[in-house]
Structures are given as structure tokens and as C-alpha cells.
Write a protein that binds this ligand. Sequence first.
Ligand SMILES: C[S@@+](CC[C@H](N)C(=O)[O-])C[C@H]1O[C@@H](n2cnc3c(N)ncnc32)[C@H](O)[C@@H]1O
Length: 245
Amino acid sequence: MSPTAKSSSTLAADRPSTHSQQQVPSNWPEDITYLTDHTYSTAVTADQRTALTRTGSADATWTQIPSASIQAPTPLLEILTITDNNHPAAGQRGLFATQHLPPDSFICLYLGHVHTNTMSDQDPHSDYDLNLDHDLGLSVDAALSGNETRCTNDYRGIAERPNAEFRDCYVQVPCAKRSSGTKWERRVAIFVLSAGKAGKRKAGVRAGEEVLVSYGKGYWEGRKAVASLRRDEEMLRIAQLALDS
Ligand SMILES: C[S@@+](CC[C@H](N)C(=O)[O-])C[C@H]1O[C@@H](n2cnc3c(N)ncnc32)[C@H](O)[C@@H]1O
């Protein structure tokens, strides 16, 4: 963990979307831009941006992430290269908890380039593309720029079940038009799974444990289809392994 990570905390409303001086997490891939907030494709319209926002209220039922909980890099996680040859993503990166993460707790925003789902505005082969809003036709791609969460692996072939999941939430961003000077804007973030009715997941994520989500079966079916098209035997093998596990 980087020693100055804690002091790098900034309010979301004060943050620029990218920062040339930004400290990056250890083991961050050199060819990928580290983001502290989303960037937006020029194809995303002002109406789509507005539809992602809400006015805050004390009794809001939607999840608000306080600015103080958002740190970049986050001290809750570290990116490690997987050296265990039995791990299906051996040689790649994975995301690991540096401390105990309780059930239902916020871990980190999934950041990337927000784009429309039109063919001309997306990379159909990206392994890092996540749906932001299906109805608005917006997704977040972390293939070329993102944060720690782009290293989150799928649980298949690694653990019996995921220990975390993607959830919608809102963060405070600057807004000159509102008297408060801020508004709430939608993000997707990784949260620890809830403990469950029977308390089966009450341990949350233990320190040192890999944070694992479910990408969904569709992701692996898509990978399998791309692998077949490309005649990429290794990609096909990994996708099939994930689907079989
Ligand atoms: C979003 S990336 C995850 C981070 C990736 N390991 C890295 O180093 O950048 C998705 C890719 O990671 C690999 N991956 C993730 N979960 C996996 C799993 N359970 N089994 C095999 N490969 C996995 C696959 O190559 C997949 O296309």
C-alpha cells in the first residue's frame, strides 16, 4: 500500500476528473490512465447527464456516498499480480482487501470513460465495460482509463461465490446552477455483499482476501463468442472454464 494514500483524500466535488500529478496505486498498469472521476464521451448528451443526477434530501432512499469515503487511491484495496498458477487469472492483476471490509460496506467507485451504447461510441471487445444505465443507453469502459476496480476478477473458478457486487450509488459533484453548489450524480461502485438472512456472509471480506464479483453469465458467453470469432484457443478455454465452474 502506498504510504501517502491516506493523505490523498479529496472531496468528490473538488476533484478534477483526471490529474496529471495524481498518485497512482502500487502495481498500477503503466499504459492505463488512472482516474479520480469519470470522463465522458462527447456523444453523451446534456439530457443524459441530467438524467443521471438527483437533488439530495435527508430522507433520500438512494445510496449517497459521502465525499469523505472516496479516496484515490483507496487505502481499502491493493492491486496484486496473481502468482498462484491454480488461479484462472494467473499472471494478471487482482484486487485484494488490505483490511477487513464489513458486509454491505462501500468499497470503491467503478470509474472509467462513460459512453453511449451506440456502435460508433463503444469498443465491443472491451473486457472492462460495465452497464451504467440500460434505459439511458450508457456504460462505463475502464479498458484505457479507470481506477483500482478495473482489476476486480469474477469469482468463477476462484471461490465458491462472490464476496462483493456492483451497486448504483450517488456522489456529490460541483454544480454552479444550484444554490448548494453541488448535485448528486449516479455512479456504479463495488460494495461488500450483505450478510444475508441466515448470516452466511457475515464475515464480509477478510483482510488479504481477493475481492470477487460476478460478471454475470452473459459476460463469459460474450467472451466465448469473441474467442470463437478470433479463433483464440486460450480465451475460449478461459471463458469455457468460467462457464463450467
Ligand atoms: C475486468 S478484467 C479483470 C482484471 C484483470 N485480471 C486484469 O489484470 O486487468 C476482466 C478479465 O480478467 C480475467 N478474469 C477475470 N475473472 C476471471 C476468472 N474468474 N477466470 C478467468 N479469467 C478471469 C479475464 O481475462 C477477463 O477478461
